[in-house]
Design a protein around this ligand. Sequence first.
Ligand code: GLP
Length: 235
Amino acid sequence: DKMKVLTFDTADQASQKAFEIFKEALENGASVFGLATGSTPEPLYEKLVASDLDFSNATSVNLDEYYGLAGDHPQSYRYYMQEKIFNHKPFKETFLPDGTNEDVEGEIKAYNQILADHPVDLQLLGLGSNGHIGFNEPGTDFEQRTVLADLTDETINANKRFFDSVEDVPTQAFSMGIASIMDAKEIVLMAFGEGKADAVKAMIEGPVTNEVPASILQNHPNVTILLDQAAASKL
Ligand code: GLP
């Protein structure tokens, strides 16, 4: 298949490669960056912040946002993005879904319009331990664009470490759909640690199935997968 799979000794080395892909994209005129949250991209964001790369003419469009959390909530993805990157490395404009919009259909339409107006040049992805990308959980419809997704128990449990208790973890999130993600010209997915090894194997070596949402990336023409040894250990 067409996926380019690169394995590094450490997550930091893989993140350095991701940094170089971002740098090259910027130098080649990329202006819209699809960004992700979670622990996986943190080393990349540190490298971007420490660099002299200039994103002041670039736009970012994030994958997802928890439903019910305002941007000033410390566990919201808006807050994460401000803290990890935007406050230190300014972009021209930055988009995330509005987790407080009770007009769900309106928010979905608005985010689809943002994506239509700002086609993503380079999309960054992490990987859920169940194979999800963004918040597109197993069983997702590959034709889906922006959606208010129900989180699985596995995802809620995986993310509870960031909250005071499991009851505080939102059960839904706005997420770009698989069809939105597949529209990106180029995709970089990073996965680190042995907890991701089964999902990595299924994504790369398994059939393309909506039970493993990330497996759809096998059908994308320009995907680079960056792994550490532990995440690659079952390949
Ligand atoms: C979260 C996010 C994903 C992220 C994934 C892995 O639920 N919605 O975008 O890629 O889970 O998170 P982490 O990088 O912390 O392992």
